[in-house]
Write a protein that binds this ligand. Structure first.
Ligand SMILES: [Zn+2]
Length: 313
């Protein structure tokens, strides 16, 4: 063979060998610029606090639908929509599948609530509750993680969901949890994202997990990114495990279903206030947290890690 042919053959073989995923690869593909664009779009005044009765939620949902379509995320339901009604107002979760869904395979679910509390006190100077931290930040994380994971193939099913009506009593997640149960979808574990825009007091590029002692998920995640997942005493004290969309999946499917967050009650003053705006958030740290989460989830999928529930909470 000519030298040139040997070179081409060598390059071809090298590109076929499966190289384990590195954190650097994830950090290069999830950029702070795009994270910022998504966050600022979802938290913009145009989206009117992403509440379904005002139409703001539907506008945010259209943005998510376009994002899914552009990034090769398949609709799990027609047009991604899982519809539900809360106090006579229709809304819908958006559910996408990464690659082909196979009924008998274990399924991993990654989610965040997309809705917020809308517009209040029309007479106030700033009536719009933008919900940048709660939960445009968590929604941005799910979109960026989905986009990255969709570039690879996995042996397990991976579903991504943006939930409606969390602020109306965790309604969207409860609806999807029940529907997946009826459809015999075998969930292995669920990871939920809530409020990632303020840097955790204990340090940069860290999160805490609710229901920390409920499963070995924190320990498994920390084998890939040491000290990334922390225990927050206040999360246990205020029972945050039961106060977000992870809870329905734990209750209905009896699986590890937990929330990752950086809001520790000391680092953000605008929870459920009109001042919860994108400008208040630390996008650089948020992007680090998103990249590390994407890396950890990708490694768990690569290694087909199993997560076990513990007895105590
Ligand atoms: Zn929230």
């Amino acid at each position: 063979m000519k030298n040139v042919q040997i070179l081409i053959l060598t390059l071809f073989i090298a590109s076929c060998a499966t190289k384990p995923l590195s954190l650097e690869e994830v950090q290069e593909s999830i950029t702070a610029t795009e994270t910022e664009q998504i966050l600022y779009t979802l938290a913009s005044d145009e989206m009117k606090g992403r509440e379904s009765a005002s139409g703001g939620y539907q506008m945010a949902a259209d943005f998510v639908t376009n994002f899914f379509e552009e990034n090769g995320i398949e609709p799990f339901y027609p047009a991604y929509k899982d519809s539900l009604q809360t106090k006579e107002v229709w809304s819908y979760n958006l559910v996408g599948s990464l690659g082909k869904f196979e009924q008998n395979q274990p399924t991993i679910l990654i989610g965040a609530h997309l809705d917020h509390i809308g517009v209040k006190n029309e007479n106030e100077e700033d009536p719009i509750f933008n919900g940048a931290n709660d939960n445009a930040s968590g929604s941005t994380a799910v979109l960026q993680i989905a986009k990255f994971l969709a570039t690879k193939e996995w042996n397990q099913n991976v579903l991504v969901a943006l939930f409606a009506d969390e602020e109306k009593g965790l309604r969207g997640a409860a609806h999807l949890a029940e529907r997946l149960k009826e459809e015999d979808v075998s969930l292995a574990y669920m990871v939920n994202f809530e409020m990632l825009g303020a840097t955790l007091t204990t340090g940069e590029n860290q999160v805490y997990m609710t229901g920390y002692n409920l499963s070995d998920m924190p320990e498994k995640m920390n084998t890939y990114a040491p000290e990334f997942v922390q225990f927050l005493p206040e999360a246990k004290q205020y029972n945050l495990f039961r106060r977000s969309d992870n809870y329905s999946f734990y209750q209905i499917h009896n699986i590890p279903a937990q929330t990752l967050s950086t809001f520790d009650f000391k680092n953000y003053d605008y929870y459920h206030k009109a001042g919860d705006e994108a400008e208040k958030l630390d996008v650089v740290n948020m992007n680090k947290v998103i990249s590390t989460s994407a890396y950890v989830l990708a490694k768990m999928l690569e290694d087909e890690v199993t997560i076990k529930l513990s007895e105590e909470e």
